[in-house]
Design a protein around this ligand. Structure first.
Ligand code: PEP
Length: 258
């Protein structure tokens, strides 16, 4: 039994039209209250669907979060959304620094750090994504890369702020590729991450911090990954778009938390 509640989070990316989003969210919200009171479940639809999805599911047990946000509060940033907008849509989480944001939109650790501060100021829990590319892993640089990302994300944060973060270790080579980190690879990085948070913040915060694994986590491999002592949940892309697969992952987390 873990001393941290599992968080199972679905990142829908740029998928679903609004009616499909509402159907999917409603199916997930129909999971039994017994399970939803033991496993924290979060769905992150496209920004346009946040408010209607939140309104449709009518249960506070399934949380809704955004996939990204701008670091400014408001202003002339065409096409962007802000932390207060996300919060006012009833969301409690925001994914920040996803590798696709870093890769396709040039997000840096410094930018992710600004976004984290703004999210926290608006009572949004950031899920901060970190992870190495295949080239970096092949060069044995995975821990160095992740350490730089964690340090960048935590820059000038107080311990009180830092303790509110959720981290998602997502090796870039495992995202959307069907290749998963082995349970040993994932556990080893998660243990190193917890040690790092202990050094940079405090051991007490490190013990409580939730570390999610992401990268082709699915209904078939969830049990062996979630059973690892330092894996406290998952950030799930592809498999979160099917209610049955996502439901199986949630049930697996429930079984492992009992
Ligand atoms: C993700 O995008 O965060 C992710 C983990 O995607 P997938 O599960 O599809 O690899």
């Amino acid at each position: 039994m873990k001393n941290r509640t599992f968080l199972i989070a679905g990142n829908w990316k740029m998928n679903t039209l609004q009616p499909d989003a509402i159907t999917l969210a409603t199916q997930i919200a129909a999971i039994s209250t017994e399970i939803l009171s033991s496993v924290e479940v979060l769905i992150c639809p496209p920004a346009l669907h946040l408010a209607p999805v939140k309104a449709a599911i009518e249960t506070a047990e399934v949380k809704v979060g955004a996939q990204n946000m701008h670091q400014a509060l408001s202003g002339a940033y065409t096409g962007e959304i802000s932390a207060p907008m996300i919060a006012s849509s009833g969301c409690s989480y925001v994914i920040l620094g996803h590798s696709e944001r870093r890769q396709y939109f040039g997000e840096t650790d410094a930018l992710v750090n600004l976004k984290i501060k703004q999210a926290l100021a608006h009572n949004l829990t950031p899920i901060v994504c970190i992870g190495e590319t295949l080239t970096e892993r092949e060069a044995g640089l995975e821990l160095a890369v992740v350490t730089t990302q964690v340090k960048g994300a935590l820059a000038n944060l107080t311990a009180e702020e830092a303790q509110q973060l959720v981290w998602a270790y997502e090796p870039v080579w495992a995202i959307g590729t069907g290749k998963t980190a082995t349970p040993e690879q994932a556990q080893s990085m998660h243990a190193a991450l917890r040690t790092l948070v202990g050094e940079l913040v405090s051991d007490e915060v490190a013990a409580r911090t939730r570390l999610l694994y992401g990268g082709s986590l699915n209904a078939a491999n969830a049990a062996e990954l979630l059973a690892q002592p330092d894996i406290d949940g998952g950030l799930i892309g592809g498999a979160s778009l099917k209610a049955t697969d996502f439901g199986t992952i949630i049930q697996t987390a429930f079984r492992l938390s009992a």
